[in-house]
Design a protein around this ligand. Sequence first.
Ligand code: SF4
Ligand code: SF4
Length: 167
Amino acid sequence: MTVEKYRRSGVLTFNDLKRNGLIPSYSRLQKRPVVLIECIENIPCNPCAYACPRGAIKIEGALINKPRVDFEVCNGCGICITKCPGLAIFVIDFNYTKTHVSIAMPYEFIPRPQPDAKVLCLDRNGNKVCYGRVVKLLDSQRFNRCAVVTVAVPKRFWKDVRHIRLI
Ligand code: SF4
Ligand code: SF4
């Protein structure tokens, strides 16, 4: 998708994120869990940068500048996920198992998906990608009504799955 098409559709592609330096290298993905920030708009927003206790996310200069991530500093803790008003932050554990990655994502709907539930996994357009299994649910009043759901999906879908639907 060209930049012009993205502007019309409002849906990011993997290549948009790569061009903006928001995809970790394959060798970094292999090491340990890591954050994926899907935010390339010049918007006046910065809770992600304040949320990270390790200083891995930086918004330098003007507030409207895009977030930058130091993937070597990030340890994949996921603290930043619920702090993003745009629901644009995910954490991937590429080596969750030999065959599956786990993807932690923000989830605001009720009811919450419970651990071990089979769910439908969707891409950024809301289209079906595959089925997945919920492996963790973090829900707390401190998260301001946004839970963190971690779902395991086959490795080949790590670039695509960004939301789930209960079935
Ligand atoms: S996952 Fe944790 S370490 Fe990584 S950017 Fe988010 S808050 Fe920082
Ligand atoms: S908090 Fe979310 S929407 Fe705001 S700059 Fe960070 S990633 Fe983008």
